[in-house]
Design a protein around this ligand. Sequence first.
Ligand code: 13P
Length: 252
Amino acid sequence: MRKYFVAGNWKMNLTMGESAKLAADLKAAIGGQSEVDVAVCPPFVYVPGVVEALKGSTIAVGAQNLYPAPGGAFTGEVSPKMIKDVGCRYVIIGHSERRHILGEKDEFINAKVKSALEAQLLPILCVGELLAERQSGRTQSVVSIQVEKGLAGLTEQDAAKITIAYEPVWAIGTGETATPAQAQEVHAYIRGLVKKLFGDSIADAMRIQYGGSVKPDNAAELMAQPDVDGSLVGGAALKAENFVPIVRAAKG
Ligand code: 13P
């Protein structure tokens, strides 16, 4: 049985005060439960404050990105070691906004996955197709390239630490969610790919989150699908009143 995993991607939102308040509200509401794995991923500058605010709770913290080098002359970048040092457990890698706004390629994303693992961080690897790719029947080929290249060169032991987030780009921030059947179809396809790459037991244990306009009113039916093991939540993660019911929906 896979344990559900719900993560909030705060993206480039909130002030320091708002991020501390949101963390405190989440701690009060769901900070004691352990039936569902929960994480929040604030902007880098707010990570230490959020880690502090969530101390003593079961809610983990993740970063939204990293630079794949141990340190050195990389102005403006943040290393995996620093992210680990400030208390993060997870790191989002290959989010569609980084792929499509910042031009990140699969090879670079693969280097990030490897450097996260070296620093004992747990990667959440994001994959997903554009609307035009879906409409031209290329969803599976796009997603398979992203998964295969993103996880290239990993050992089974490394692969066991990965969460994949399937986030169809056309569903992100648009209010247009994949139907539960559309999500299940791609999630099952991804699990099949992981099976081919790393074998049955890794694939059966790997958590595959759905992301893209997850809200309190659609979370339960999405996560009721057999291969949907949680959510990566954007807009609805910015308010405790929306994020808390999504976590509760994962409990079933
Ligand atoms: P929305 O939930 O705002 O659509 O964002 C999803 C997302 O990109 C999470 O990483």
